[in-house]
Design a binder for this molecule. Sequence first.
Ligand code: UFG
Length: 344
Amino acid sequence: MGKRNILVTGGLGFIGSHTVLCLDAAGYNPIIIDNLHNSRIEVLDALTSLLGYRPTYVQGDVNDTELLQGLFDAHRPEAVIHFAAHKAVGESVENPLMYYHNNLVGLITLLDTMKLKGCSKMVFSSSCTVYGEPESVPVKESTPTRPAASPYGATKQMAEVILKDNAWCEVQCLRYFNPVGAHPTAKIGELPLGVPNNLIPYLTQTVAGIRERLTVYGGDYPTADGTCIRDYIHVMDLAEAHVAAIDRLFSTSKQLDVLPGDPSAGVFEVFNIGTGVGYSVLEVIQAFEAATGKKVNYTVGDRRPGDVVAVWADTDKVNNVLGWSAKRDLTTMMKDAWHWQENC
Ligand code: UFG
């Protein structure tokens, strides 16, 4: 039997590019579509060097119906991993229509095409942002979601509803916690386009001398050291979770009728993709310094509006049902993030 083709939207992005490598290692054939909005074509060269062959790549947008239909006709993907979306919280507040258009219209266009072409399996990139400020931690998949704090968060919540309602589609919905790190070769990682919003790229750019000083957003939170707590997860662990989700779609699914059928036949499974351990911002800085021997120039400043105090994953379900768990620790995350920064 030939390799199964898996369409990877946003396959040149941070998480997408690492997932392409893991799909190949697991015996799948990744087919990439990416519009280069938040990625660079050089990532394709890096993937080519790591894979030993040039993966199939189409430059384009998931909002382009004609292009998508042609892609499905040419490659007949048996499943889709849908990464292609905007992801900057602040930008989504400034330009909500751009977020609703890209993240939701793009998803609907993709679903229309999948349905038309008879492809019913999808792994979807969701986010722990759907939990908002949780009443208690760790959060379980069954923890009720909270009203979104940003249009970006709202698009993830709405996308989950859209996918759940489309019962013909078999969905593995992965709620990512905070992805960090890079491939151990440092050939691919998180691209530094503009001033970073997220902690780790800002931190590594500060140490590299690109930024003067890292501001820790708030030192007066009700946590042990006063700074916010997150569940940081190595991007390679996260990428491997996508392969586990794809494997599950092929191993558990019955052949579903993609025409309107029994809505109860739908598959919509949600998994938390985190380590199950939370670290404060100051703990992350300490871990970085210990892992790399580099000092971080930082100051504790005001809180950032919209930040939740503390969130980390309950990983029981993903460990037991999906059979996946994170393997790389915070030290590895910091070393790989720094190695990538040095190679940028
Ligand atoms: N932080 C700082 N200084 C910085 C940047 C961040 O102290 O310069 C702190 C934040 O206040 C927070 C922690 O570091 O406590 C992590 O912040 P990030 O911006 O790295 O990530 P968030 O937890 O805010 O997560 C957000 C969205 C997610 C999304 C993620 C990656 O809520 O949905 O960014 O894009 F997935």
